[in-house]
Ligand binder design. Structure first.
Ligand code: R1P
Ligand code: URA
Length: 292
């Protein structure tokens, strides 16, 4: 039986558009770029040959257009995995729920979702202005434990190693680990560094930054930097990747997160030109995403 999804669960506005994103199904492509900063959306769509849709509601700005024959949507998520919960569920609803009957479609669409963001490096040899492709996302936020999901044997073994090597106070985090879509990751190799990305529920103490608030985990950076499991190491941290990979797994979409490194926490450096680093990441990556 295909149950009707109530008005309170899938909320549509007067345009028939999904609640937070304010997009209708025809306004979305199946190839999607997510960015954190709403001002980054036009920086992506300036590479489109034509922009046919522009929408904005709260921090969620969306542009849909074409590069050649390839249709693309770029959408801003704002900061954090609480926003990723909203964006990934609404993107999925736009393709996999029939808004008229409010039922799940019999044939599901697999979206291709690529995050182009910024991040802080956790290794001395991952320099500022370099680009990191996240082979896996480790979530120290608490989004994915709210969903039912399955880990692969490789993910279980990496997560076990993470539990052994990274000391976290009980009740502070419930780490989860999900890998990138392998076929998507394989397209971003030349000019990109690959490593595990840790997704944090904040920018300051949850990333080991002490301004005035004392840290409950002063050893966090040291443990993350030292982590090893076979050839795997932790390259960087930020605030969305694990949530995107996790909801991609839950909902059946292919996800990849790529970051421009703006801070190196080991060398204590910050990029001299973050806008240029992000512009370079966008130019190089959008060209690859637009290839068929
Ligand atoms: C923090 O400054 C923000 O920057 C990073 C983090 O994940 C967080 O969202 O990504 P974006 O530049 O894509 O927003
Ligand atoms: N974004 C983060 O979340 N952390 C950094 O250090 C830089 C960008």
């Amino acid at each position: 039986m295909n149950t009707r999804i109530a008005e309170s669960e899938l909320i549509l506005n007067s345009r028939g558009a999904v609640y937070h994103l304010d997009l209708t199904p025809d306004e979305l492509s199946s190839t999607i770029i997510t960015v954190g900063d709403p001002d980054r959306v036009p920086e992506v769509s300036r590479h489109f040959d034509k922009v046919e849709v522009k929408r904005q509601h709260r921090e969620f700005v969306s542009h849909t257009g074409y590069i050649g024959q390839k249709r693309l949507t770029v959408v801003s998520t704002g900061i954090g995995t609480d926003n990723i919960d909203i964006v990934l569920n609404e993107l999925d609803a736009l393709v996999n729920i029939d808004f008229a009957s409010r039922t799940v479609k019999p044939t599901l669409t697999r979206l291709q979702i690529v995050r182009l963001g910024t991040s802080g490096a956790l290794q001395g040899n991952v320099p500022v202005d370099s680009f990191v492709v996240s082979s896996h996302g480790v979530g120290l936020d608490n989004l994915l434990p709210w969903y039912a999901f399955e880990n692969t044997p490789e993910e279980k073994s990496l997560l076990e190693a993470f539990h052994q090597q990274v000391e976290l106070r009980p009740g502070c985090a419930n780490p989860y680990l999900i890998s990138a879509a392998p076929a998507l990751a394989a397209r971003f190799t030349a000019g990109y560094i690959s490593g595990i990305t840790v997704t944090c529920p904040g920018f300051y103490a949850p990333q080991g930054r002490a301004l005035r608030g004392p840290l409950s985990h002063p050893q966090l950076l040291e443990h993350l930097t030292a982590f090893r499991h076979g050839d795997h190491y932790i390259s960087n941290f930020e605030m969305e990747t694990a949530g995107i990979y996790g909801l991609g797994r839950v909902l059946g979409h292919d996800c990849l997160s790529i970051s421009a490194i703006v801070a190196n926490r080991i060398g204590q450096q910050f990029t001299k030109d973050g806008a240029a680093a992000v512009a370079n990441l966008i130019k190089q990556s959008v060209a690859i995403i637009a290839e068929n």
